[in-house]
Design a protein around this ligand. Sequence first.
Ligand code: SAM
Length: 271
Amino acid sequence: MAASSTVRARRDFDALSAVYDETRRPLDEETVEKLIAFVNQHRWNSVLEVGVGTGRIAGPLVARGVRVVGIDASRGMLTYAVRKGLPHLVRGAAHHLPFPDRTFDVSLFVHVLHILDDVTGALREAARVARHGVLAIMDPAPDVASADGLREETPRDVVRKVLVDAGYPDLLRSGPRPKEREILRAHPPTETLLLSDRVVTEPAANVLDTIAKRAYRHVLDVPPEVLDRAVRVARDRVGDRMVTYHRRETLVWWADPGTDGEPPFVGHAGR
Ligand SMILES: C[S@@+](CC[C@H](N)C(=O)[O-])C[C@H]1O[C@@H](n2cnc3c(N)ncnc32)[C@H](O)[C@@H]1O
């Protein structure tokens, strides 16, 4: 199961690597500052970033003097990390990290855990190669409803509905949050820290451009003409609106898992 999710991740992220950076925002300055402060506060010197991707996070950390080794399954994503000059990059799978036990101070996942089938196995493996446990940056908070309790139709909702009406499975049903909440329930962390929480307002057209660029792995298998039609319908319906959403980054730390005699990450948070 873990192996097949790695193969799928490799295929999907190879396909969308060319548009990844232009369709994802860099981490907020506040997020980077607080993450570095957390690492420094514990006097950690080495970080393994699992699912380093294009180096969106490793880049700012390395620039600030943190020693980061990045591993990723996708050659395409790593190509962009190499171009940014990141010095320590390895191609490999989250479930079989090619490092001896306790090589790094800490392992780090940023927006990766929700993608994995065998989350427990990946956490256990990340804990094996680290001396002080595992960090993750995620956004598990519930979506915020408007004052009347109703959620406005988003551009993503419109594309989703057109695709479902065209006979596709409900590919855009939910983002990562439900899965991230499930992971935290299965593996209660030692500590969580809100890194940043801001309200972002942007044209709906930006969201639709991102979907049209096929920058989401869920739509990669939809034929281009079908996706283009869905995006056209959404542009007609909501393309001139602004959309507002919360952007939160929460740091999660599972400290020294296993030191209390329990084997680390015995729970199950698979798919
Ligand atoms: C959503 S991207 C996040 C990249 C980066 N952490 C960021 O926040 O920009 C997920 C990354 O995890 C990698 N990935 C997914 N499953 C993986 C696995 N089983 N082993 C190694 N890398 C994996 C993908 O190739 C991709 O680069």
